[in-house]
Design a binder for this molecule. Structure first.
Ligand SMILES: [Cu+2]
Length: 164
């Protein structure tokens, strides 16, 4: 065996090992990036949201923290049907909040459109419960439902993710 061929063979095997090492590093980097990208991705709206009858959420903007509950009177959200929904507002002690100003709206962010109807909110005989009439989802997909409740000096906002 002459010297030059040994050098060539050595350098070839070193190149292969370097290549394998580099590939390993790239694979690890891609995996780490994927994990972090996944962690950053906001939680996708769960498909079970449509199946559940009640959506509960609250985000304090001002004043006391309250809970906003959203209920389809039909028992579940429906597509292509004009339904009545309820907004129920309770305070931290679970007491119903009456005389609130409640606003309701729905949009499909991916499509840039809202509900085909203009829902009207009114008080109901039950304290803390507000009627939302004229809720109609024109199509299936991801909807955002926004509720804003002003009760005295407290202002609450809730955005519900709904996949239909
Ligand atoms: Cu749409």
């Amino acid at each position: 065996m002459n010297l030059p061929s040994t050098i060539i063979r050595l350098s070839t095997s070193r190149t292969i090992w370097l290549g394998l090492f580099a590939t390993g590093v790239v694979v690890v980097l891609i995996a780490v990036r994927a994990i972090f990208a996944d962690a950053r991705t906001p939680v996708a709206p769960s498909p079970s949201a449509a199946a559940s009858a009640t959506l509960v959420k609250s985000e304090r903007v001002r004043g006391e923290l309250m809970t906003i509950r959203l209920e389809p009177l039909a028992g579940r959200p429906r597509i292509g049907v004009t339904d009545e929904w309820s907004v129920v507002v309770t305070n931290e002690r679970g007491l119903p909040q009456k005389d609130c100003q409640v606003a309701f709206d729905g949009t499909m962010p991916a499509h840039g459109h809202g509900l085909p109807t203009a829902p009207r909110v009114s008080a109901s005989p039950e304290a803390g419960r507000y009627r939302v009439e004229g809720v109609r989802f024109s199509m299936g997909g991801y909807w955002q439902l926004d509720v804003v409740a002003t009760c005295g000096n407290a202002l609450q906002r809730a955005r519900f993710d709904l996949r239909l």
